[in-house]
Design a protein around this ligand. Structure first.
Ligand code: HEC
Ligand code: HEC
Length: 277
C-alpha cells in the first residue's frame, strides 16, 4: 500500500500543532486548581468585602513594615487587566512589573519562579475570567531602607534564585511532583523557613520553622517526624496525629490549598515531606 502523503500531511500537522494551540490559550479549569495550589486568595483578598477574593487591600504586617496586597482582578485601572501573558509570567517568575518595578519578597515570587510555564499560562487564563473589581489599594507602609523599592534589585542579586524547578533524577516521579508543589506554587518554605535580617530565606535552615513569621506568628518546623499517612491526614483535614487541629495561618493553607488538592497531588506532597532529608 502506498501512503498518500498529501492527505497525511495536514493530519500530522494538526496533531503536532494541537498541543501548542491548546497551551497558548490556557486551560481555565486547570488554572483555578493552580490558583488554589498557590493560595493567592489568602493574600489578595479584600477585607470585609464579599466576593472580592482577588480585589486586594489585605494588610500583611512584617518586621519590615506593612504591605497592602494589590488587586489582581482584570480591572483595567486598579487591577492587572490588560497585562499580557508574558508580563504576568515575568511578574511571577522574575519579580518584576510591566514598568520594570522590582517586587518585594512579601509576594512569594521567590517560590512561584519554580512553577512551570504551562501552570502559569493556565493560571493567567483563569485570572482573566474573574469578575473585575474596582479597588485602589494604598501604598505599602515600610520603614527605611525597605521603603526604597530600587533596593530590591540588589536584594534579588543576593537572595533570589530564579532557576526553574529541576527534578531529582534519583527520585520517583511522585516524589518530584511533591517537591515541585511544595517548593513552587504551594510556597510552604516561605513561612516554614526562617529569614535573615534582609528578609531572605535562610536556606541552611530550610523548613525548620520561623520564630518570627508574618503577623508575628511562630511557625513550627515541618521536617519529617510524621508518616506519609499522617501528613496526608493533617493536610487534608487539619488533624495532627495527636488529635489536635492545626490553626493560625496554616488553617488558611489547609482550607485554600492542601484540602483542595487531588488525592494524587496530596499524596505526592506527603511522600516528599515524610522522606525529606
Ligand atoms: C504571602 C502573600 C501573597 C500570596 C500568597 C500571593 N501574593 Fe501576589 N503579591 C503579594 C504582595 C505583597 C504583592 C506586592 C509586591 C510589591 O508591591 O512589591 C503581590 C503582587 C502580585 C502581583 C503584581 C501586581 C501588580 O499590580 O503589580 C501579581 C500579578 C500577583 N501578586 C499575583 C499573585 C498570584 C497569581 C498568586 C497566587 C499564585 C499570588 N500573587 C499569591 C502577596 C502575595
Ligand atoms: C502562611 C504561612 C504558612 C504556609 C504558607 C504554610 N504553613 Fe504550615 N504551618 C504554619 C503555621 C502557623 C503552623 C502551626 C499551626 C498550629 O500549630 O496550629 C504550621 C504547621 C504545619 C505543620 C504541622 C507541624 C507541627 O509540628 O505541628 C505541617 C506539617 C505544615 N505546617 C506543613 C505545611 C505544608 C506542607 C505547607 C505547604 C503546602 C505549609 N505548611 C505552608 C504556617 C504556614
Amino acid at each position: 500500500m502506498e501512503l498518500d502523503m498529501k492527505r497525511l500531511l495536514p493530519l500530522l500537522l494538526t496533531l503536532t500543532l494541537y498541543p501548542l494551540t491548546a497551551l497558548a490559550q490556557g486551560d481555565v479549569k486547570r488554572g483555578k486548581y493552580i490558583m488554589g495550589m498557590g493560595s493567592c486568595v489568602s493574600c489578595h483578598k479584600t477585607p470585609k468585602r464579599k466576593n472580592a477574593d482577588l480585589g486586594g487591600g489585605h494588610a500583611i504586617k512584617t518586621p519590615f513594615g506593612t504591605f497592602y496586597v494589590p488587586n489582581i482582578t482584570p480591572d483595567k485601572d486598579s487591577g492587572i487587566g490588560g497585562w499580557s501573558e508574558k508580563q504576568f509570567i515575568e511578574a511571577m517568575t522574575q519579580g518584576v512589573s510591566p514598568e520594570g518595578k522590582h517586587y518585594y519578597p512579601a509576594f512569594p515570587y521567590t517560590s512561584y519562579a519554580k512553577m512551570s510555564r504551562e501552570d502559569l499560562v493556565d493560571l493567567k487564563a483563569y485570572l482573566d475570567t474573574v469578575a473585575p473589581i474596582k479597588n485602589a489599594v494604598p501604598d505599602h507602609d515600610l520603614g527605611f531602607p525597605f521603603n526604597l523599592r530600587f533596593m530590591m534589585f540588589g536584594w534579588k542579586m543576593l537572595f533570589f534564585d530564579d532557576r526553574p524547578f529541576a527534578p531529582n533524577p534519583d527520585k520517583s516521579d511522585e516524589w518530584n511532583r511533591g517537591a515541585y508543589i511544595v517548593n513552587g506554587a504551594a510556597h510552604c518554605g516561605e513561612c516554614h523557613t526562617a529569614r535573615n535580617m534582609f528578609g531572605g530565606l535562610d536556606l541552611s535552615k530550610k523548613f525548620l520553622g520561623n520564630s518570627n513569621g508574618p503577623d508575628k506568628e511562630k511557625i513550627p518546623s515541618m521536617l519529617p517526624k510524621w508518616k506519609l499517612k499522617e501528613y496526608f491526614m493533617a493536610l487534608r483535614i487539619g488533624m495532627k496525629p495527636d488529635g489536635d487541629f492545626l490553626g493560625g495561618s496554616m488553617g488558611h493553607v489547609i482550607s485554600q490549598t492542601t484540602s483542595k488538592l487531588s488525592k494524587e497531588d496530596l499524596k505526592a506532597i506527603s511522600l516528599y515531606l515524610s522522606e525529606y532529608e
